[in-house]
Ligand binder design. Sequence first.
Ligand code: PMV
Length: 320
Amino acid sequence: MTSASACGKVILFGEHAVVYGRPAIAVPVSQVRAEAVVEPLPDAGDILLEAPDLGRNCWLSEAGADDAIAHLVRLTLKELGISAHGLRITVRSGLPIGRGMGSGAAVSTAIVRALSRHFGAGWPAEKVSALVFEAEKLYHGTPSGIDNTVIAFEAPVYFIKGQPPALLSIGAPLPLLIADTGIFSSTREVVGAVREAHARAPERYEGLFDAIGELVNTARQKLHADDLPALGRLMDENHRLLQEIGVSCPELDALVHAAKGAGALGAKLSGAGRGGNMIALVTPERAAVVEQALRTAGAVRVIFTQVSSPSAEQSRYAVA
Ligand code: PMV
């Protein structure tokens, strides 16, 4: 039996604009994870895919072409150069679905890691990320690739679509609260709505994306310098720009307002928007007060995380 896990993520700056070639920054959330277990299933001529949390149980050979997990398993086996059968792959996830925390990419990453380890390959992060990106296309349509990158590397990333990822070093651990509106948000639908709005008013949207791109580059410097007040202000500004893009909603705005009112340094929606999660940058001293304010304002779940620099082992990748 071989098991592997993968973290969740949040986007710190730059969602949506990243789909249009601007940079974005995403960070791992290590305490919420997806897990995959690969074990022999003697005498079976097929591979059993089980996801008890999703009520899923099917044979690989019977899964349709639009089934992202099945597609990923087939691709991974092809890459491993084996036509495996007689296997059970079980997936469990502690990540909420449709909340911008990368649940699809986390499940996929756990599966690729577990399969590659099971067959003795132990692939590096960039290879895992590339395979997971293929499954992301089935989930999301036109993903930028940021989710698979930050989750496969499990480190803060400065990401530009189509370019190799740069892992970000962070001055000091970054205390974040992640609060869930409880509203399901389809990344594919929200990205599609932005695409239509962009087609109707290209100049306006290009201007908004440019403003976000500049803000991301400033944030990268402030992260490095550990300037939390400046980062907070940039988060507020990023949220305002996302409101203009049309991807916030009253529930997200209420949580952002509550976090700020309780002393957060900055707050913004995170991910596709129109539901899902928001994030608030806090000082460790204010974390409990802000968390309570978020719950009072309707958050169904609040996670506290501290984002750290890439590990020494990861430093062979370009550190920005
Ligand atoms: O999957 P989510 O909700 O984290 O959204 C991904 C971020 C977007 O920029 C909206 C889409 C993308 O592919 O980058």
